[in-house]
Design a binder for this molecule. Sequence first.
Ligand code: 5CA
Ligand code: ZN
Length: 409
Amino acid sequence: MHAWPASEVPALPGQGRDLRIHDTATGGLVTLDPGPVARIYVCGITPYDATHLGHAATYNAFDLVQRVWLDTKRQVHYVQNVTDVDDPLLERAERDNVDWVALAEKETALFREDMTALRMLPPRHYIGAVEAIPGIVPLVERLREAGAAYELDGDIYFSVESDPHFGQVSHLDAAAMRLLSAERGGDPDRPGKKNPLDPMLWMAARPGEPSWDGGSLGRGRPGWHIECVAIALDHLGMGFDVQGGGSDLAFPHHEMGASHAQVLTGEFPMAKAYVHAGMVALHGEKMSKSKGNLVFVSQLRRDGVDPAAIRLALLAHHYRTDWEYTDDVLREAVARLDRWRAAVSRPDGPPAEALVEEIRDALANDLDAPTALAAVDRWAAAQQEHGGTDIGAPGVVSRAVDALLGVAL
Ligand code: 5CA
Ligand code: ZN
């Protein structure tokens, strides 16, 4: 699949910082030390009801990760998937009486437009589940040959007990895992499974549903976790730097994916950090497709909201906190954008070097965007109050805000 166009990332004077970030697996902050090419996999959308502000907030967090790395003069190898075949997508297509392929294409196109407008850097590889099927089949075959997978009425399941490290991403107990598995695409109550938590690797063809040739697996379609693992291993290999997504993906998705990859390769861990963004809520509940309490990026854009203001609304919250979207959040972001734009439209201002360092320090410290915004606020307020004598400082600020925060002033 093609991704979306990249916006320019201006180079900044001075030295970038190594990123310290919260890792769900170890439960603490880790300082990442990627090679000259940092490797990141971020779980992409299931293409319906895209792009809501919860999606946008999660992709904003991982966009910041890349911007911190780019500032250290590293290259970034970023991979993202599109879950363009899965139960929820098929169910939505059936509910709305539309073709599931057309629905996926339309929503993916809208997502690309929204990501472009928000200045999110595109992945180098943007891969759909359907196009990944030829790579998924041999992985499932290998898992079966290794005794890590078994068949149940034609479906093939992964045996979580085959991975000695299973549980080391989320650290949940069995009861909590069982509950979340039932909520998030698993089938813990299906009779005949070796362990209720075992996730499906390959689902045998069902009447009226799309299916593909699975070689020795028979016709069917891939499970959710193996999809991301196949794409990540193909394009990044083991031991990549960051596996990213919203906190609702820690279990089962990232737990199961790590186990698949670890059993397949015999290496541990799959990723050096498992990074999870908090959930955005609306009207007191997590914004979710199933509840329908969604605010769409495209609707805000249609209402005339500047995408830079949408981005500032996201940046005003630390990526790891759960937060609630309200009209006030947007109003404050619009006002902040106005203040910043007024400040950088002047030819001179207070010195900007210290501000650039403050933004760098804040982001390198577990992506503390709110602290970075507060630093820019102070610079803009000082400029408004006292003017400033540094010719060119507004240009430096404008480039730093663009390069590090993805906001075009
Ligand atoms: N296709 C899978 C990942 S392989 C999937 O979870 N798709 S999704 O469309 O449901 O979500 C896409 C991303 O947005 C995921 O990282 C998910 O954790 C995140 N996300 C979904 N809802 C919210 C929310 N309310 N707040 C923050 N992030 C969210
Ligand atoms: Zn995924």
